[in-house]
Write a protein that binds this ligand. Structure first.
Ligand code: B12
Length: 227
């Protein structure tokens, strides 16, 4: 309970920071700072409604008060409004990208013998937060089972993770068997256990950090659409 209260206090204080930063950017007429603030608010998972109400609207009210008190000119207020409207377009674009991902499936697994799945869970959270539809198979998936699941769910991208170097060869087997059965399969792989042979495998996206996964999967989805 206390933990939830702390979380909501943290969120309120972060929203306050975004509002102040956005208002400062509007007052300065600094479009880039305004955009950066809204991107950061989106990255912090504020909803569009929260950004609209608690960041943009609040900042514009403040601008209105400054104008009433004669502290900024009418031109300053118009410039601020123009910047706020351009930022709304940015929000729309981010929503469009997220909606575009909704129709795409990403399958997640570790190969046979590999039971380390913390990174895979992180990957799942990041991709589903970005809008992708996740098919999580979890740990220790033999190649035949992976192939059967790929044929059933037809994912756009398959993400595999290998922590133990001894299992790198299993990742390779999984990729080869899936490609034989489903040639359009796209792969993104990561983990400390990837061998140099795997890292140089043609057509496979390699990630060193989970935070790279959305960009890597986006690239694979685009590539599949071009095929
Ligand atoms: C937690 C843990 C376990 C847990 C796993 C629980 C679970 N459900 O996941 C348990 C206790 C089950 C376990 C078991 C074993 N473990 Co263990 N384990 C660890 C530990 C402490 C943390 C691993 C982890 O989760 N890290 C956090 C993740 C987030 O980080 P990461 O894996 O480095 O991944 C990063 C990147 O590589 C990348 N990434 C990884 N995968 C992917 C995939 C994609 C798609 C993308 C985009 C990115 C990405 O993103 C991450 C962050 O950016 C490590 C210690 C260590 N130094 O890593 C040992 C470690 C991995 N384990 C080890 C060993 C030896 C074992 C056992 C063999 C022990 C035993 N004798 O039973 C078994 C093997 C089990 C098996 N068959 O897989 C060794 C491996 C050594 C080696 N070179 O092979 C380590 C390194 C410990 C050590 N120092 O000896 N382990």
């Amino acid at each position: 309970m206390a933990h939830r209260e702390n979380e909501s206090r943290d969120l309120r204080s972060r929203v306050g920071e975004f509002e102040r930063a956005f208002a400062a950017a509007l007052i300065a007429g600094d479009e880039i700072a305004a955009e950066t603030t809204i991107r950061e608010a989106m990255d912090a998972r504020l909803t569009s409604a929260e950004i609209d109400e608690n960041v943009i609207t609040s900042a514009l009210w403040l601008l209105g008060e400054l104008w009433e008190r004669g502290e900024i000119s009418v031109a300053d207020e118009h410039l601020a409004t123009e910047i706020a409207m351009r930022v709304l377009a940015l929000q729309r674009e981010a929503d469009r990208v997220m909606q575009g991902r909704r129709g795409h499936r990403v399958m997640l697994a570790t190969p046979a013998g590999e039971r380390h799945v913390v990174a895979l869970r992180m990957v799942s959270n990041l991709l589903s937060g970005a809008g992708y539809w996740i098919v999580m198979l979890g740990a220790d998936v033999p190649p035949e089972a992976l192939v059967a699941s790929v044929l059933r769910h037809r994912p756009d991208v398959i993400c595999l993770s290998a922590t133990m170097p001894a299992l790198s060869v299993r990742v390779l087997e999984s990729i080869q068997q899936v490609r034989a059965a489903y040639p359009t399969a796209q792969f993104v792989i990561g983990g400390r256990g990837l061998s140099s042979q795997l890292r140089s495998l043609s057509g496979v996206g390699i990630c060193h950090r989970v935070s790279d996964v959305v960009e890597a999967v986006d690239a694979k989805v685009k590539r599949a659409e071009l095929n």
